[in-house]
Design a protein around this ligand. Structure first.
Ligand SMILES: *Cc1c(COP(=O)(O)O)cnc(C)c1O
Length: 387
């Protein structure tokens, strides 16, 4: 290009025209892809020839993340999104229409409930709420417009669990899609599709990245369902960026090691908490005292990193304990290498009415921990300071 002028050289020189490196972890930081010819462009757009067109549709780095996560979840296909909320919204908007009805667990991530009540409901989609583990409540909420069941298991912060296999028998018998937000356990500890779920949703922001670096999300299921979800993402734009896809792709490499370490630390800390006199109750699925311990054991391969407990003395005692910690980060985030501590009543669940709080058993003395990968003895000593 030596005979060209400066501005042309500045823009056109230096590129290596390699084939797209689908098997490497190259980050394709590009908005669009260039075609060899007008004929190839036409074929790509008409889907006669598969390949990348524009990063809102597909990107090789994003594709690598989608294929790896699909393999880990045992799903036919995966659509990555810019966040976990985008994954939930894309699922609902792609698969539902005005007049449909869904049944949702009462005990979900706060913003999910806000999205259902303040946005999804505006589109004339009816929502019934049920107790997560109450199979007969799910079944009796079904009407002839019911299209989807939406839930998280285990729930956060109390670790309620539903029998996914039993619930999937109910959903299948009524031609209803079962969608499970698997963010708290990840495919390293639970595979909802193998248990009968149709759709798995992730906030990859949490354990899949695992190091608090970016937002990302994903939806997984059959080719047919994912084509509809992809159509929504392609047409409305909550696509995952190549850079963030690379971060969560690298996160998947160490996911199972990290989930095991989070679970081991959480088990040790919960066991210690349960022995403390100033603690009323400890909620951790790994403890035999948890009412859903046996069910969790039968469908999960670990109990995860979320532990919560009620201190004697209500909000005052809870705040004192939280403020006395020096290692734990006081934040509502979870799924990080760093341990975090939060008071659900006044933060994550603060928007619920008092009645809703008591229905979900969020008391003023409840403290939630997301157990990170620090030495557990240091974490125990840190909690002990405020007891
Ligand atoms: C954080 C979270 C979400 C939302 O994910 P973002 O990536 O923050 O949008 C959804 N579900 C669960 C269970 C979560 O913990």
């Amino acid at each position: 290009m030596k005979t060209l002028n400066f501005d042309t050289i500045a823009i056109r020189e230096g590129y290596q025209t390699t084939a797209e490196q689908e098997h490497s972890e190259a980050i394709f930081m590009t908005s669009s892809f260039v075609f060899d010819s007008a004929e190839q462009a036409a074929k790509r757009f008409s889907k006669e020839e598969p390949g990348n067109i524009y990063a809102r549709f597909t990107n090789p780095t994003v594709g690598a993340f989608e294929r790896k996560l699909a393999a880990l979840e045992g799903a036919q296909a995966c659509v990555a999104t810019s966040s976990g909320m985008a994954a939930i919204f894309a699922t609902l908007m792609a698969l539902l229409k005005s007049g449909d009805h869904i049944v949702a667990s009462r005990d979900m991530f706060g913003t999910t409930t806000v999205m259902l009540n303040s946005i999804v409901a505006k589109f004339n989609i009816d929502i019934s709420y049920v107790d997560l583990s109450d199979l007969s409540a799910w079944e009796s909420s079904i009407n002839d417009k019911t299209k989807l069941f939406l839930l998280e298991t285990p729930s956060n912060p109390l670790g309620q669990v539903v029998d996914i296999t039993a619930l999937s028998k109910i959903s299948k018998a009524h031609d209803i899609l079962l969608a499970v937000d698997n963010c708290i356990l990840t495919p390293a500890l639970q595979n909802p599709i193998a248990l009968g779920a149709d759709i798995v949703i992730h906030s990859a922001t949490k354990y899949i990245d695992g190091q608090g670096r970016c937002l990302a999300g994903a939806v997984l299921g059959t080719e047919d369902i994912m084509e509809q979800v992809h159509g929504f993402v392609r047409a409305t734009g909550p696509s995952l960026s190549a850079f963030n896809a690379w971060i969560v792709l690298k996160g998947l490499d160490t996911l199972s090691l990290r989930m095991k370490a989070h679970s081991d630390n959480a088990m040790k800390l919960a066991t210690w908490l349960e022995q403390q006199e100033s603690i009323e109750k400890t909620h951790y699925l790994g403890l035999e005292s948890h009412p859903h311990h046996q069910l969790a054991k039968s469908q999960q391969s670990g109990f995860g990193g979320i532990v919560s407990f009620e201190v004697k003395g209500g909000r005052k005692a809870a705040f004192k304990l939280i403020n006395a910690t020096e290692i734990f980060s006081i934040t509502a985030n979870l799924g990080d290498t760093k341990s975090t501590i939060t008071h659900p009543f006044s933060t994550t669940h603060g928007r619920l009415t008092d009645e809703e709080k008591s229905m979900t058993n969020i008391s003023e003395g409840l403290v939630r921990l997301s157990i990170g990968l620090e030495d557990v003895n240091d974490l125990i000593a840190d909690i002990n300071k405020g007891l």
